[in-house]
Ligand binder design. Structure first.
Ligand SMILES: C[S@@+](CC[C@H](N)C(=O)[O-])C[C@H]1O[C@@H](n2cnc3c(N)ncnc32)[C@H](O)[C@@H]1O
Length: 205
């Protein structure tokens, strides 16, 4: 399923009027049947591979990683936001299976990599020369609003419940928090990831 139909509302476009464009990026099946996918209008009727290739040419030097110990429903939301900001890669650390529900099929347009353990993830980050920036509200963490985020970088988020594991904290070159002022200990991991990605983009655009 790669559509986004809500009740009473049809998203996208119907069949393309003939004659059809000859550009190989266009998918004959979509031209014939219409394109109801959750993609920007500039990509209407494009083959998925053509969209990925187009996005690949312009990915930001930012990766995001999330610890996955409990089939966290936030991971889908993080993937969707990572797609929106065109990050270079999403990394699932821990369990291989992740909850795709909130991703709205956006994972098909970016690169998702699984790492069995925090150690394996740390090895990959070192091999890519990427500093790991832990993101959590922890004693000793610094406010993200007044910190300089490195370029390139990988932002590492903890699981709902336990938060960033001790091992994850240990491999982070710094741990940053989003400043809060209410009574709750933390915000939703998907919301935190969106704010942190936006802050990286804000500093690097
Ligand atoms: C629900 S929180 C984890 C629990 C939290 N450490 C605690 O003590 O309650 C899950 C994840 O969301 C992210 N998160 C939530 N609130 C945050 C905040 N204010 N600043 C940065 N990250 C946050 C972090 O990545 C965290 O690991």
């Amino acid at each position: 399923m790669d559509d986004d139909k809500g009740p009473g509302r049809e998203v996208g476009v119907g069949p393309h009027p003939e004659p059809w464009p000859e550009d190989p990026r266009f998918d004959p099946a979509l031209l014939a049947e219409g394109d109801r996918r959750n993609v920007e209008d500039r990509f209407r009727y494009w083959r998925r591979e053509a969209i990925v290739a187009h996005l690949d040419a312009d990915r930001r030097p930012l990766h995001v990683a999330i610890e996955n110990w409990s089939h966290d429903f936030n991971i889908g939301s993080i993937v969707r936001t990572a797609n929106a900001f065109n990050v270079r890669g999403v990394h699932i650390v821990g369990r291989r299976r992740w909850n795709r529900r909130g991703a709205m099929v956006t994972d098909r347009y970016l690169h998702v990599t699984h790492h069995e353990s925090v150690g394996a993830f740390a090895e990959w980050a070192a091999s890519e020369d990427l500093p790991v920036v832990g993101v959590d509200i922890l004693p000793g963490s610094d406010p993200i609003e007044t910190s300089t985020l490195p370029t390139p970088a990988v932002l590492l988020f903890g699981a709902e419940g336990p938060g960033l594991s001790e091992e994850a904290q240990a491999i982070s070159t710094q741990v940053l928090h989003i400043t809060q002022a209410g009574s709750t200990r933390s915000i939703n991991a998907g919301a935190a990831a969106a704010i942190a990605m936006y802050e990286w983009v804000r500093q690097h655009t």
